[in-house]
Design a protein around this ligand. Structure first.
Ligand SMILES: [Zn+2]
Length: 147
């Protein structure tokens, strides 16, 4: 399993024909500032500091477009988003979420997706979208509790 450290960000380079809108860049910047999950309304709140007229649909459209490109991950269990830490946007990540501090880490584990597909494939089920979220306690919070 390949573990990506929280400080590794991709360079944001993308297809010249698919330049992100200004809002995509701003929404991504808000998410990248945080090591934890951020709700769409929290993103909206931060962007409204600079542009009070921004409407919720603008933020949702940007989040959906960024999620489609794999640049952000939607945390289904929290109805929130995190910026992708990996360069390999085509792979569904495994996300660990610390329930104490909210820190989210991303792991690439294609073998996990493959194993799940093998299991569900036995009944003829074909998965089109994969979300794997693990809730628990990060090492910092674990050490704080045990020390
Ligand atoms: Zn923690």
């Amino acid at each position: 399993m390949i573990r990506y450290i929280i400080s590794i960000y991709h360079d944001g380079s993308m297809d010249k024909h698919k330049q992100p809108s200004d809002w995509h860049t701003k929404v991504l910047a808000v998410l990248r500032k945080n090591s934890g999950a951020v709700s769409a309304y929290e993103v909206l709140g931060e962007l409204r500091v600079f542009n009070p007229k921004i409407a919720p649909p603008t933020v949702y459209r940007a989040l959906n477009a960024l999620a489609e490109r794999g640049e952000v991950h939607r945390l289904e269990s929290m109805n929130a988003y995190v910026a992708s830490r990996s360069l390999k946007h085509q792979h569904a990540p495994v996300l660990s979420i610390c329930d104490d501090c909210g820190r989210v880490e991303e792991y690439l584990a294609p073998q996990v997706i493959s194993a799940l597909s093998d299991i569900t494939g036995q009944t003829g089920f074909t998965s089109t979208r994969q979300v794997i979220e693990l809730h628990g306690r990060c090492i910092s919070c674990r050490d704080r509790v045990t020390s």
